[in-house]
Design a protein around this ligand. Structure first.
Ligand code: FAD
Ligand code: UDP
Length: 379
């Protein structure tokens, strides 16, 4: 088989790069995907009850990048969706990220008022602060408040999700869910927030619908690589696997999803409820609330149980953002540099980076422009 490019993985990074190569350069691409479907971890499908579900956990698209938004809009229409999350704290449902509404929900109003005044003395209305910043505040009152949020929102959830305490991870992890000095209950504040109207998988199908792209599912690239002639490889799987773990296995975090159908109109108040302190699962998603699916009887939910990743048993969903693992990754990255004219490493697993969907699309577009198109232009 002869191709210009071989792409390993049909997730966002592999599919965006393949689409660009095929439509802008008119070159032939073979995509090899070990799973039986496209779309990587963004894969969605209709379950046996007709509910559109996200197989690998809730995927909410949000971005401030017009470039990314415009690019994906060539392959999908959108349904506006503003994600709202509640956390079960001391038997109450309070908005997450923790904001002024959460404060008033969980504290007697006199105390809440005093804390609000103290917060607004130090921070601007509308400001986002990390739990670490709040913990380091000089005010004793705010330190006590920070200790409360740390214990009720971050500690239990993070230990479940990562098997590590918040301070053992990069601050960027809990920094994804900062304390918001605001009454805005949305999980994200990005300019563009939406769900693909016909689902993520359909968006990918349109992206890959080209005579220049051939797709091979159910195939590990190692099974076919010796039989394929290609000029360049785009690799979006785990980088440690590519190099046969020569610098040791990079740790990834995995999840087990438990899906459940309920024969009722609604299961919970919002699309996602977090359980930082009770149960072994971290959160429950109700998919209908994300997709606004109409004319469907009943509703499907998923509970997420974090697990240690073990090759062959489960999937490597999350790189673990921690200094020592970053250093281990850098050994692989240095090795990758020595073959960069032959192989491009792209994506959450290949770059060992906690990318969101929009960031990975931006990254894939950048790699295409700088490493693939530019190289071709200079020939
Ligand atoms: P992937 O989607 O993992 O694609 C890599 C592909 O390579 C996979 O399909 C894999 O099967 C394939 N592959 C690996 N090894 C081989 C091999 N040897 N041979 C052949 N194929 C191989 N982002 C958001 O923006 N919003 C969200 O709400 C959100 N929620 C998330 C929830 C969960 C539970 C998870 C895990 C992630 C979430 N994300 C979210 C992040 C999003 O999933 C990623 O940013 C995105 O999927 C990364 O795309 P990728 O192409 O790098 O990786
Ligand atoms: N987090 C937490 N409590 C919450 C929500 C998030 O402690 O109620 C922490 C936890 O460490 C989590 C991280 O913030 O892994 C990032 O949360 P996010 O919702 O972005 O996780 P993702 O959707 O990527 O799994």
């Amino acid at each position: 088989m002869n191709f210009d490019y071989l792409v390993v993985g049909a997730g966002f990074s592999g599919s965006v790069i393949a689409e660009r190569i095929s439509s802008l350069l008119g070159k032939r691409v073979l995509i090899v995907e070990q799973r039986n479907h496209i779309a990587g971890n963004a894969y969605d499908y209709f379950d046996e009850n007709g509910v559109l579900v996200h197989k690998f956990g809730p995927h909410i698209f949000h971005t401030n990048s017009k470039k990314v938004w415009d690019y994906l809009s060539d392959f999908t229409e959108w349904i506006p969706y503003y994600h709202r999350v509640l956390g079960m704290i001391d038997g109450e449902m309070a908005p997450i990220p923790f904001n002024l509404n959460s404060l008033y929900k969980l504290f007697p109003s006199k105390n809440a008022e005093a804390i609000e005044v103290a917060l607004l003395k130090q921070y601007k209305f509308g400001e986002k602060i990390t739990i670490q910043q709040l913990q380091n505040n000089k005010s004793k009152q705010l330190q006590t408040f920070a200790a409360y949020i740390y214990e009720k929102v971050f500690h239990g959830y993070t230990v479940k999700q990562w098997g590590l305490r918040p301070e053992e991870l990069d601050a960027s992890v809990t920094g994804r869910v900062p304390i918001f000095i605001s009454r805005d209950n949305r999980y994200f504040q990005d300019k563009y927030q939406a769900i693909p109207k016909h689902g993520y998988t359909e968006m990918f199908r349109r992206m890959l619908n080209s005579p220049n792209i051939k797709l091979l599912l159910n195939t590990d690239y190692k099974e076919i690589i010796a039989d394929v002639h290609y000029n360049k490889l785009i690799f979006t799987g785990p980088i440690d696997m590519y190099f046969d773990y020569k610098f040791g296995r990079l740790p990834y975090r995995s999840l087990r999803f438990e899906f459940e159908f309920h024969n009722k109109e609604e299961y919970q108040e919002v699309g996602q409820i977090n359980y930082p302190n009770e149960f072994e699962f971290t959160r429950i998603t109700e998919f209908k609330k994300l997709t606004h699916q109409q004319n469907i009887t009943g509703t499907t939910i998923a509970r997420e149980y974090p697990e240690v990743y073990k090759k062959g048993f489960n999937e490597p969903y999350y790189p673990v953002p921690k200094k020592e693992y970053r250093e281990q990754y850098m050994l692989y990255e240095t090795e990758a540099q020595t073959i960069k004219d032959k192989v491009i490493f792209a994506g959450r697993l290949a770059e060992y980076k906690y990318y969101n969907m929009d960031q990975i699309v931006a990254r894939a577009l950048h790699l295409f422009e700088k490493e693939i198109k530019a190289e071709k232009d200079s020939v």
